[in-house]
Design a protein around this ligand. Structure first.
Ligand SMILES: Nc1nc2c(c(=O)[nH]1)N[C@H]1C(S)=C(S)[C@@H](COP(=O)(O)OP(=O)(O)OC[C@H]3O[C@@H](n4cnc5c(=O)[nH]c(N)nc54)[C@H](O)[C@@H]3O)O[C@H]1N2
Ligand SMILES: Nc1nc2c(c(=O)[nH]1)N[C@H]1C(S)=C(S)[C@@H](COP(=O)(O)OP(=O)(O)OC[C@H]3O[C@@H](n4cnc5c(=O)[nH]c(N)nc54)[C@H](O)[C@@H]3O)O[C@H]1N2
Ligand SMILES: [Mo]
Length: 588
């Protein structure tokens, strides 16, 4: 979001999902689209059937890379030189959209000067890509009448994540691929409502509708509606909360180490999903108070002083805002079990206990307040959403039909701003002690920490065990066979996984999923993070592989099975997974 906010002014998909189908060229970067966004992948396949060309930038040979006309298997963390290289070639070939640049953008000359000085030989070295491949990609994208860029975590989960996004935005502006339908820059948002959460101000420095907390006028508006003035400075980021400090720059952010004394966690399982889990566990032990609201007793909830059982999506009413900015209404289909309450009821009850009664009669009433205070949601009310199609923001008033694609006549920030972005190497790269690069992400059949999907017998049947993908060449060097358990070490911890030999990962890289509580790979990952967005570099850390030549394989497997079979709540609620036992740190 930070990268698109500085360049375009809005941190959201510029297009609607359907528009992807009409693009002539689709450039996909750092997105395992087929597994993580199958509904978007479906549009890409349809576009391909109509003759669209597909370029995939990913160090792994993913399913979508297999479909692509061109797969740029770059060296991990080298997206900036790659995109800069493409832009240089596009400029050299006179494929830039001069009129668009002149009328709609600013700061172009700074970028042009930088690109003139850029040495393409250096780009080939940094990315590991051939001149031929880069040229093909530049010509394909540069000549397209309508080109769409889709990107995801391979772009953002790096210390240079925000700059990576700015580079992609540059590329789109350079070629005039923003103002029109079926052309744009599309961050594929992950969760069903992560866009909505950001829209509602679940960001350290924002009030709802991306109104900065530092904006006195905006603060006044909220103070008038709420009867209390919101804080005038940003709150802390996720890492500051879960690790108790901003990892690599204590001066950045308000919270110094240890100042977070209490946490209320709603619908997250950071004891599996956050980087460097030993650090998270240590910080949670220091807390005075931890409360967790979840629909299941997760690893994190099991550590809480108080647990609020929450109602799930089918047991409540309210709205989700999906990746294409579409606000959709859900209706309660079944009653919540036991004492479970909706998140709204939990928040309102807590607030009341803390001396600020919230007496909303319904979710619809909350939506009316949102419309009043959030200009981009100004015309969105439950009655307008009842038809089922939803409305895409910005939707300024009751008459406004919503907005399928952004930045038609002007960018949200006025002119689009080119950013000069230079290569920043990853925080931790392989060396003699930790010679392999560890890349992490998702598998089709599971969702994140598995608290939901691993309770499904069918999904578990399809994907039961934590695997470590390793190139056969490396496996051979380590004398590891398919299915054999191995131990991975990083500077922060260790984990055991079963090797899976595959050439979808290049030599020198291993790849794992964070879905498995019995093999918590975030024991290994690093809190090194993007300075602006504070998103951790989940996609790169250095690890060492150790062959385990003991007969523990069977024991491990049956342990996996036990958890794997869907488990009862109490079974899953033990909270005694690997990172707890590992609290003394790596045995190095
Ligand atoms: N089945 C399933 N679907 C999901 C989820 C899930 O847990 N399960 N989670 C949802 C959520 S919240 C999110 S955020 C999305 C995430 O969706 P994705 O980002 O598509 O998911 P990842 O598995 O993290 O895949 C990231 C890809 O980036 C590549 N990559 C790694 N390093 C680099 C690099 O340096 N440069 C480039 N260009 N690429 C790189 C990786 O090899 C990988 O293929 O998925 C959503 N959809
Ligand atoms: N190594 C590595 N780590 C990663 C990533 C990676 O690529 N690699 N990706 C990161 C990303 S992009 C993401 S989004 C995070 C995800 O990390 P988390 O959000 O911590 O993971 P989830 O398992 O989705 O946890 C969501 C929780 O919400 C609960 N829940 C579901 N519905 C409701 C509800 O209506 N109300 C309440 N209160 N709770 C509910 C679920 O039971 C579940 O326990 O992981 C991050 N961690
Ligand atoms: Mo995500």
């Amino acid at each position: 979001m930070a990268g698109l906010a500085t360049t375009f002014g809005s941190g959201a998909m510029t297009n609607s999902i359907n528009e992807i189908e009409g693009a002539e060229v689709i450039l996909i970067s750092g997105s395992n689209t087929t597994e993580a966004h199958p509904q978007v992948a479906r549009r890409i396949y349809a576009a391909r059937d109509r003759g669209a060309k597909v370029i995939v930038i990913d160090p792994r040979y993913t399913t979508i890379a297999r479909l692509a006309d061109l797969h740029l298997d770059l060296r991990p963390g080298s997206d900036i030189p790659l995109i800069n290289g493409l832009m240089k070639i596009i400029l050299d070939e006179n494929l830039a959209d001069d009129l668009f640049i002149e009328l709609r953008t600013e700061n172009f000359f700074a970028l042009r000067d930088y690109l003139y000085r850029l040495d393409l030989e250096e780009v080939y070295r940094q990315t590991g890509l051939t001149a031929e491949k880069l040229r093909q990609a530049a010509l394909l994208y540069g000549r397209a009448g309508k080109a769409v860029i889709c990107y995801c975590l391979g772009v953002t989960q790096h210390v240079c994540g925000t700059a990576n996004v700015e580079a992609l935005a540059n590329l789109a502006m350079l070629t005039g691929n923003v103002e029109k339908e079926e052309a744009g820059v599309d961050p594929l948002r992950g969760q069903n409502n992560v866009q909505g959460a950001c829209d509602m101000g679940a960001l350290p420095g924002m009030l709802p509708g991306y109104q900065p907390v530092t904006d006195a006028t905006a603060r006044q508006r909220f103070a008038a509606a709420w009867g209390v003035e919101p804080p005038a400075s940003p709150g802390c980021t996720l890492l500051a909360m879960t690790h108790g400090r901003e990892p690599d720059s204590p001066e950045n952010g308000n919270q110094q180490a240890g100042t977070v004394r209490a946490l209320l966690i709603m619908g997250e399982n950071p004891l599996l999903s956050d980087p460097d889990l030993n650090g998270v566990a240590a910080n949670f032990r220091r807390l005075d108070f931890l409360a967790v609201s979840d629909i299941f007793l997760t690893e994190t909830a099991a550590q809480a002083d108080v647990v609020f059982p929450a109602a799930c999506f089918a047991e409540k009413e309210g709205c989700f805002t999906n990746t294409e900015r579409r606000v959709q209404l859900i209706n309660r289909a079944v009653a919540p079990p036991g004492q479970a309450r909706s998140d709204l009821e939990i928040i309102a009850a807590l607030s009341g206990k803390m001396g600020y009664p919230m007496d909303y009669q319904s979710a619809a009433e909350v939506m009316e307040e949102i419309a009043l205070l959030t200009p981009i949601y100004g015309g969105i009310y439950h009655d307008r959403l009842a038809g089922g199609h939803g409305l895409q923001w910005p939707c300024w008033d009751r008459q406004h039909p919503g907005t399928p694609f952004l930045h038609k006549y002007y960018f949200t920030r006025g002119r689009g701003r080119f950013a000069v972005v230079e290569h920043q190497p990853p925080a931790e790269t392989p060396d003699a002690d930790y010679p392999l690069l560890f890349n992490t992400g998702r598998a089709y059949h599971h969702y994140h920490t598995g608290s939901m999907t691993r309770r499904s017998a069918i999904l578990n049947r399809e994907c039961r065990r934590a695997r470590l993908q390793i190139n056969p060449q490396d496996a051979n060097a380590y004398q590891v066979t398919d299915g054999e358990p191995v131990r991975l070490h990083s500077r922060r911890g260790q984990v055991e996984l079963a090797a899976e030999l595959t050439d979808t990962v290049p030599p020198g890289m291993v790849y794992g999923n964070f879905h498995f509580a019995e093999a918590p790979i975030n024991n290994l990952t690093t809190t090194a993070s993007d300075r602006r967005a504070r998103c951790p570099e989940y996609k790169i850390c250095a690890v060492r592989l150790e062959k385990i030549s003991t007969p523990t394989q069977e024991g491990k497997e049956s342990q996996g099975d036990q958890k794997g079979n869907g488990g009862t709540k109490s079974q899953r609620g033990q909270g005694d997974h690997g990172n707890q036992g590992d609290k003394g740190g790596d045995d190095e």
